[in-house]
Design a protein around this ligand. Structure first.
Ligand code: ZN
Length: 330
């Protein structure tokens, strides 16, 4: 019997990542297609099905060599029904039956979860988790995503919205508006967008001492989160102040999460986490200050190791472990 393979799909607002892998989570083929948000997002599942069919043909494989498809989608998902809520950026109406449509288009069983949850599962299975079954993953990207794993399984919550770590209220009064409709969410501070906003606020207040970040800003009219981290490494006073503020709020939020769950690891992923120690060190310091002593001693904060592959690997874990829920199998 030939080895059965898994398909992992990470559906993003602009690109969709796809990968074929074996039962050990070892990727044999990975590629990307653009996400087509037009026509109320109705082309998305068709395009994914076509991409999979073309790749299977190209590799001289057959569909019955695949267990099914696991997919991470941006937005809260009902894991049982595969219905996705509130995904305005993909053009879908509320309560979009993603699993049913994907199964019909591909004739393969499918399991859907939130994209940040898939990234957390990926890190648990093949990344920084390294055998940890109690793990919290925080994705610091354009926004801030979160996935909470206890005893090897994602915590879904009563409506699929558990682990929305980006929307923990960091500033109760007078915070910046967030995409979710609230104000003062962690995402408005600890995302790449939030870091840039804080930096620009400080730059507009005027600069008293020499600042490379201020030079970049006056030259280009904008700065990136990477500029903030790069100049902070050279001791830039404004960038250093921005990172101190970000680390303070992030360290506090992580300490409160850890006080509730006492996970073995908190894994920080996403583009912002690539800053490395310049961010990780002050976050760990604040975490130590705010966490319950026994939690501070036992919960580790680490950087994610899978990069962009976390989502497809975690999605494949889903079909491997949750595939029997599929309606195609019943
Ligand atoms: Zn929010």
């Amino acid at each position: 019997m030939t080895e059965q393979m898994l398909i992992g799909v990470d559906l993003g607002g602009t690109t969709t990542k796809l990968a074929f892998m074996n039962h050990y989570g070892e990727i044999s083929h990975k590629w990307e297609i653009p996400t087509d948000n037009t026509n109320e997002g109705k082309n998305i599942t068709t395009n994914i099905a076509k991409a999979i069919d073309e790749k299977i043909k190209e590799l001289h494989l057959t569909k019955n060599q695949f267990v099914g498809i696991g997919m991470g989608a941006p937005g809260p998902v009902n894991l049982q029904t595969g219905v996705v809520y509130n995904t305005v950026n993909l053009g879908w109406k509320d309560h979009y039956p993603l699993k049913d449509l994907l199964e019909m288009e591909t004739s393969l069983p499918a399991v859907i979860d939130n994209d940040a949850n898939c990234a957390a599962l990926g890190e648990m299975w093949k990344g920084a988790g390294d055998g940890a079954k109690d793990l919290v993953c925080v994705t610091l990207g354009t926004g801030v995503g979160g996935g909470v794993i206890t005893n090897g399984d994602i915590v879904q919550g009563i409506s699929g919205a558990a682990g929305e770590i980006g929307h923990i209220t960091a500033i109760p009064e007078g915070g910046t508006p967030c995409n979710c409709g609230k104000t003062g969410c962690l995402e408005t501070i600890a995302s790449a967008t939030g870091i840039v906003r804080l930096a620009v606020e400080k730059l507009k207040q005027g600069v008293e001492s020499a600042s490379e970040l201020a030079s970049i800003y006056s030259e280009l009219g904008h700065v990136s989160a990477k500029d903030v981290f790069d100049t902070a490494r050279e001791g830039d006073p404004i960038s250093t102040a921005v990172i101190k503020e970000v680390a303070s709020y992030l360290g506090l939020a992580l300490a409160n999460i850890a006080n509730t769950l006492n996970p073995e690891k908190i894994v920080l992923g996403g583009g912002v986490s690539k800053a490395g120690d310049i961010l990780l060190t002050p976050v760990k310091q604040k975490f130590q200050t705010y966490a319950f002593p026994r939690v501070a001693q036992s919960t580790e904060i680490e950087l994610a190791t899978l990069g962009n592959d976390a989502g497809v690997i975690g999605a494949a874990w889903l079909i491997k472990h949750k595939g029997s829920n599929s309606t195609l199998n019943s």
